[in-house]
Write a protein that binds this ligand. Structure first.
Ligand code: MOS
Length: 752
């Protein structure tokens, strides 16, 4: 290992690091998508269908068009050509709803865009959108909540390509289940959920001849560019996507929705910049939701608690159009050891908008079901739920048949139990009291995928002692600006406050999507390699500059540490700071670029790479007034090296608060009459807020996972939500004796 590769003593990696972009945010200087203004800009407001199934017979736009200040009412006849996009190799140009807006007259879900009003002001555009009248041939929508699998082939198309409905299988599940002395067969239901990021979806589209620039609130600018380039028949280099700050996404902004090409098409027709910001209500229609799931878990076990058979069969709701796959069975094959296993799924079409990844897609609902089943089995066997998991800890990933790169789940359980005081738990329902309240204690395990998207980055060392790191990724509020600065500082020795971070612009080197908790793990190799190449370039400069202290040396004789170049034999004390070298060579900068290879989607990895963790939860219950509160949470996460523990704890705490909402509050309900999401406002769609959050203690194990990258960082964000709802429902059972198997837990469920 060369000296440049050693962790520097003053490296910011692994240290609590306040957000480098924090001051911009708290002073209001951070520019979100709708904060960019352009001369001549027009405002667009979509018109959504008021039926969920049927056909448009007639669209009456006359009144809207006559309004002063209205520039156009777009619909199928005048929007211009918009092509479909298709998935490209290596998961490029991913999109959940491929049908371009206005492609046909068929309505498949409530709120599907049928027209777009564009005007000089937002208020006029809104009034014009409201004045558009549609007549429909309406049919009864299917928004039935009970799910029965459609008649699908064994292999189905998904957003990421073909998928086998028999997802995983080993041994003989049926025989093992039949002969198992202990059996559990339960069905768990999770509702549709809506992401509800604080900042709504927003696009500003600007054409300059054959070039399109999009200011977009996006979790994946490079992917978005690939989709929009196809839709408007442009080469990638003619599309530029800019996303400087994002008010979160939770997956709703991962892949492009039809609202974005609408703005671009309108701007093309009118020759003016067009801004489209979705109203909150429309955030429930056509920009994704976590699909409803119904999951059957059958477990066979020995009286001692050893699992002998596990069948996880799940059904999820999908829209009429999209192929979103809610992979609830992703963790089932390896979370615990079991010789006989089968994971299968089915899908049920409904008249709803496209399903989408929502924080912890697949695994979050999936682990709710399987971890709930483990808790119920423990109860049935009179075994402590932690002990049941310890008994069934696997030696390898039994699904893939390969070792784990790094799995410390047992240590998570041990630390969590100790910090929570789990040993004081008395298992009898309602047996624990404090201050007149009944206590309920529950726990669950969790895991999350750890792989990399492809990424490229550049690092520049500059003659004023500063550095610049650039990558076309985006910071969705999770701390990517800070992580990029930390990585560049770590390798170059340039202090954090002298590192400029450039991201959120597709003119920069292609970076990863902010999804799957994979952005950090993906950028580490690219940024470190870019920094190394900048340093290598500096060495060539140093030895090639006449009059330089290193003139007679070879680049190989030199080393670089902490911003200083020196002759290896002499040591850093006799070194020269990099800015001095650049100045004496009359160079502004030394630059390097680097790449990360993708590991996402590899069907046959040599090692199984996942993060693990667990939650311990206390609820309080007052049966007299049916009041349930979450009073205390301990979460332990094993996610490799945590680059920024301050931002990391913040991520996990946020996920836990969201988990309280998932367990007790969140659900999107569809009206059986017209298929409309009924509770489509933040007043009616209840999310957990600060006032619902109890003390949340987050602990990280610190086992760098070198399989993922040389820092050993796997990434966090989603894992904090995984398993959490199962810990709550277990605590609810412990307090009340009621097993709730359909989320969210409602007060009605608990009234005797
Ligand atoms: Mo996350 S659902 O990958 O934004």
């Amino acid at each position: 290992m060369s000296i440049t590769q050693e962790i520097l003593a003053n490296s910011p990696i692994g240290r609590d690091t306040p957000r480098v972009d924090g001051p911009l945010k708290v002073t209001g200087k951070a520019q979100y998508t709708a904060d960019f203004h352009f001369p001549g800009m027009l405002y667009a407001v979509p018109v959504g269908a008021t039926i969920a199934n049927g056909r448009i017979l007639e669209l009456d736009t006359a009144a809207a068009e006559r309004m002063p200040g209205v520039r156009a009412i777009f619909h199928r006849a005048n929007i211009g050509k918009i092509f479909r996009s298709s998935l490209q190799p290596n998961f490029q140009a991913v999109c959940e709803e491929r049908r371009p807006p206005f492609e046909d007259d068929i309505i498949r879900y409530y709120g599907q865009y049928i027209a777009l009003a564009v005007a000089d002001t937002f208020e006029t555009a809104k009034a014009a959108a409201d004045a558009v009248r549609a007549t429909y041939a309406a049919e009864k929508p299917n928004v039935e909540t009970h799910l029965e699998a459609d008649d699908d082939p064994d292999e189905v198309a998904t957003t990421f390509g073909p998928w086998h409905r028999l997802e995983s299988q080993r041994g003989d599940v049926d025989a093992a289940y039949t002969s198992a002395p202990v059996k559990l067969d339960q069905t768990y239901v999770t509702p549709s959920e809506t992401h509800n990021p604080l900042e709504p979806h927003a696009t500003t589209a600007i054409w300059d001849g054959p070039r399109l620039t999009l200011y977009e609130s996006s979790q994946g600018i490079v992917n978005l560019r690939g989709v929009l380039a196809q839709m408007f028949d442009l080469p990638n280099e003619n599309v530029r996507v800019i996303t400087k700050f994002v008010g979160s996404g939770f997956g709703s902004k991962l892949w492009p929705w039809t609202v974005c090409p609408l703005a671009a098409a309108a701007a093309r027709q009118l020759g003016r910049p067009v801004r489209l910001v979705l109203p909150r209500k429309m955030m429930f229609h056509a920009v994704g939701h976590r699909p409803r799931t119904q999951q059957r878990v059958c477990i066979g076990a020995t009286p001692e608690g050893k699992l002998v058979s596990l069948w996880h069969d799940y059904i999820y709701q999908r829209s009429m159009l999209d192929a979103h796959h809610e992979d609830c069975g992703e963790a089932t094959p390896f979370q615990y050891s079991v010789p006989n296993l089968r994971v299968t799924f089915g899908r049920a079409k409904r008249n709803v908008g496209g399903g989408a990844d929502m924080r912890g897609p697949g695994r979050v609902p999936g682990l709710y079901a399987t971890e709930s089943a483990m808790n119920e089995l423990a109860d049935q066997l009179k075994i402590d739920p932690v002990r049941l998991r310890v008994i069934n800890e696997p030696q390898i990933d039994e699904g893939l048949g390969v070792p784990f790169s790094s799995r410390h789940l047992l240590e998570c359980f041990e630390l969590g139990a100790e910090k929570f005081g789990w040993s004081k738990r008395t298992p009898q329902v309602g047996s624990m009291k404090r201050d007149g309240l009944t206590l309920g204690w529950g726990m669950a395990g969790c895991s999350w995928i750890a792989t990399r998207f492809p990424a490229a980055a550049t690092v520049e060392l500059r003659d004023d002692g500063t550095a610049r790191v650039a990558c076309a990724t985006q910071d969705i509020g999770t701390g990517t600006y800070t992580i990029l600065a930390q990585l560049a500082s770590h390798r170059t020795g340039v202090p954090l406050d002298k590192v400029e971070v450039a991201l959120g612009d597709t003119s920069l080197p292609e970076g990863p999507t902010s999804g799957g908790s994979m952005a950090t793990a993906s950028i580490v190799p690219a940024v470190l390699a870019a920094a190394d190449n900048a340093i290598a370039s500096l060495m060539t400069i140093a030895t090639g500059t006449i009059g330089s202290r290193f003139e007679k040396r070879q680049p190989n004789d030199l080393a670089f540490s902490d911003g200083v170049m020196f002759v290896k034999a002499d040591g850093p004390a006799k070194g020269v700071p990099f800015d001095e070298i650049l100045r004496s060579a009359n160079l502004r900068l030394a630059a390097g670029s680097g790449k990360s290879e993708a590991t996402f989607g590899n069907p046959k990895p040599k090692l199984s790479t996942n993060s693990f963790g667990c939650h311990f939860v206390e609820v309080t219950w007052q049966p007299e007034i049916a009041r349930l509160r979450v009073s205390r949470v301990v979460t332990v996460i094993d996610a490799g090296k945590i680059i920024n523990p301050l931002a990391g704890r913040n991520q996990i705490q946020g996920a836990v608060v969201m988990g309280i909402g998932m367990a007790l509050l969140e659900h999107t309900s569809y009206d059986p009459q017209n298929g409309a999401p009924i509770n489509s406002s933040l007043a009616d769609y209840i999310v957990a807020v600060n006032a619902d959050a109890p003390p949340i203690d987050v602990y990280f194990l610190d086992y760098p996972d070198k399989e993922i990258n040389e820092v050993g960082a796997r990434g966090i964000g989603e894992i904090g939500l995984a398993g959490f709802a199962a810990a709550i429902t277990e605590a609810v059972h412990h307090a009340t004796g009621v097993r709730v198997r359909e989320l969210p837990v409602k007060i009605e469920d608990l009234l005797a």
